[in-house]
Write a protein that binds this ligand. Structure first.
Ligand code: CDP
Length: 240
């Protein structure tokens, strides 16, 4: 029988790295938060809603949520060139889509809500840390949200379905036909708190339909825990 996959840091399959959430960290912003999964740490700042400029971009029927994701140059071991790149544009796009679904944008005609997500240190799953921070920042900016949004990556590594993938896990390799190949599958999810609808599902790697079902179930279970941490962080700021 094949040996059961052991996670390098000893975590259970459905266990995340240590999570930390703090709201109200940037006073000039209308809403802000920090969220981390272990060494992956995201800061999110929300400004708005305010009138959308330039005027020709305004939509009289609904407002727009714009999320900008970026990493600081020294958030990763190999210095990242400053400024936007294709990866950041893609993550900004999917983050906006994952979050806008819970905001009644029809209440904000001709307006824009900007959400800046900065990765302060990265050890994989940063888009999920960013979504968790952004959802908190939006809520703390007083923007009504139909549901909370929580995000986690779930992967298939060494034959096991595991939650909250670290960089080491993402780089997991096996030897096949004498060749060393990357074999991790990484699926970032965002789940809405009440309906448990999925507002983000990306797939990096390959997965069988039955394993995907297991991954979805695990993402929902873990996102319930993340949601509890988000609720606690929001409650704390109200009490302060
Ligand atoms: O961070 P996330 O898993 O959402 O996105 P990814 O594109 O799958 O990137 C995985 C990880 O690769 C990041 O979290 C970083 O740890 C690392 N990375 C890096 O070292 N240098 C980059 N320029 C981009 C990513």
């Amino acid at each position: 029988m094949a040996e059961k996959y052991k996670r390098a840091d000893g975590r259970d399959y459905d266990e995340t790295r240590k999570m930390e959430a703090k709201v109200g960290v940037v006073k000039r912003a209308d809403g802000s938060a920090i969220f981390s999964f272990g060494k992956s740490q995201a800061l999110a700042c929300v400004y708005g809603p305010r009138q959308f400029h330039p005027q020709h971009l305004q939509n009289p029927e609904k407002g727009v949520l714009r999320c900008y994701y970026d990493m600081t140059s020294f958030s990763v071991p190999e210095r990242k060139r400053p400024g936007p790149n294709r990866r950041a544009s893609e993550i900004s796009f999917v983050t906006s889509r994952a979050l806008e679904t819970v905001i009644p944008l029809e209440n904000y005609p001709n307006s824009v809500i900007d959400c800046y997500i900065l990765i302060l240190q990265a050890d994989a799953s940063t888009r999920c840390a960013g979504i968790n921070a952004a959802a908190l920042a939006l809520a703390s900016a007083g923007i009504p949200m139909k549901e909370m949004v929580s995000a986690v990556s779930v992967g298939k590594i060494g034959g096991a379905i595991v939650a909250d993938i670290s960089k080491d896990e993402e780089d997991y390799e096996i030897v096949k036909d004498g060749k060393t190949i990357k074999s991790a599958t990484d699926i970032p999810f965002a789940i809405l708190s009440r309906s448990e609808k999925i507002s983000l599902l990306q797939l990096d790697g390959r997965i069988k339909p039955e394993d995907l079902k297991e991954a979805i179930a695990m993402a929902k279970k873990v996102c319930r825990k993340i949601n509890e941490i988000q609720k606690k962080a929001l409650k704390k700021i109200k009490e302060e």
